[in-house]
Design a protein around this ligand. Sequence first.
Ligand SMILES: C[S@@+](CC[C@H](N)C(=O)[O-])C[C@H]1O[C@@H](n2cnc3c(N)ncnc32)[C@H](O)[C@@H]1O
Length: 474
Amino acid sequence: MEEEIKLEVGKTLKLDITSYTHEGLGVGKYSGKNLDLNLENYPFFIFGAILGDTVLAEITSLNKSYGYATIVKTIEANNKDSRVTPICPAYKLCGGCNIMHMSYKEQLHFKEEMVKSTIKKFSGVNEFKQLPIIPSQNIYYYRNKVQVPVISFLNKTKCGFYERSSHKVVPLDKCFIQTEKSTNLVNFVKNIFVELGVKGYNELYDNGNLKHILIRKNHDESEMMVVAVVKDLSFLNEEFKERLIDKIIKRYPEVVSISINYNPKNTNTILGNTSITIYGNNYITDTLCGMKFKIGIESFYQINHDQTEILYNTAIKIADLNKDDIVIDAYSGIGTIGLIISKAVKEVYSVEIVKEAIDNAEENKKMNNVKNIHFVCNKAEDQIALWLNEGIKVSTIIVDPPRKGCDEKLLNSIIEHKINKLIYISCNPSTLARDIGVLSKNNYELKIVQPVDLFPHTNHIECISSLVLRNISS
Ligand SMILES: C[S@@+](CC[C@H](N)C(=O)[O-])C[C@H]1O[C@@H](n2cnc3c(N)ncnc32)[C@H](O)[C@@H]1O
């Protein structure tokens, strides 16, 4: 029945949760009269709400076509198995995880449905085979990279994670998605900086110096990297370096690389352009799918080691490669995918835009004694057009772009040169769907979508898709 109320911030409403947003917020739709307006299915987005539940929610903001609300109480928990008490006491505040209130089974269900509906909605392709999501081997302590903001306020320096949708910092005592050693090392490094007279940065007053601490580790934590990001370098004398190195190495002998990164700009980008390595090498080494990889400070490397092996092995199986194949590995990072497939194919052409990543890739090629791979540092969209126009007979292209997806020029080259098979590894279902839409309108058939969970307790997901050129004559 139609209710007559005035919707305003602070009012409470009874809402049935009927779906999730991409971020995993529960969606409850309100239909009724709001002053003179008849509202139909006006959606409220509610953090912590579970699909199937009925909640009493307080309106926190109202926009023209949607609003936000918070749960006052759950009136009916229809989906008891889907909710868990988050293991992390900081979960409600911390912006690091956003679906920890869902059981892992519900998280997988949410991701699976989100991938399916996004592809249908944004690609226009309605019929395709989506395989069941591959769950993560480890759902806790899986991250091999952490980037922690440091701030100082009222003479106290703390480091932690940003609060949800804010730049306030939740102190980092324990985190359930990164290892205990990484958390302890972050706090240890912060304390040494403070002890040596370098305070955390305060972005509000633009004072202080230490902005972020970045830790990278390999899969068995036998090698760790420390990068301290600072606003100014004036503190960095020989005595500071010696004392910092001495203290870190005595306590954490597995640290093989210490660098200071200079980032004077007040932007959301964590790393500046200059890194000064003051101890060891500017990389760590990891083993992945039986091969060794050097990973530099700025180079991309997937953050969940065990699940990355599953992601790559599944992509290789779907690609169904053979010894006659000539493959392009676009957005190659440090060369992981190209090097791993190199044994199975005739030749690989890899392209990546970050110079350090390509330097790592060349070293990785030597270290693994691979001969049939070529690395180029360039924009993938430019380099692929060059290769194809040169007449390289490519049978399969593997793309693994950043969140913004593939450049239009790259898709046009694939279409123009009628490349037979495309394996698309994506970390963003929306841009994946957009690109599938372009390809499917140009004679490519979406064969398989395989979601793989690399990021438990967050709304992020990896997806492998395969697209094949339709045989026009058939
Ligand atoms: C999701 S990562 C994948 C890296 C690699 N395939 C892996 O699995 O480790 C995307 C990579 O694309 C690179 N990149 C971003 N824009 C690019 C462009 N226009 N051309 C080539 N590489 C680009 C990034 O530097 C990053 O290394």
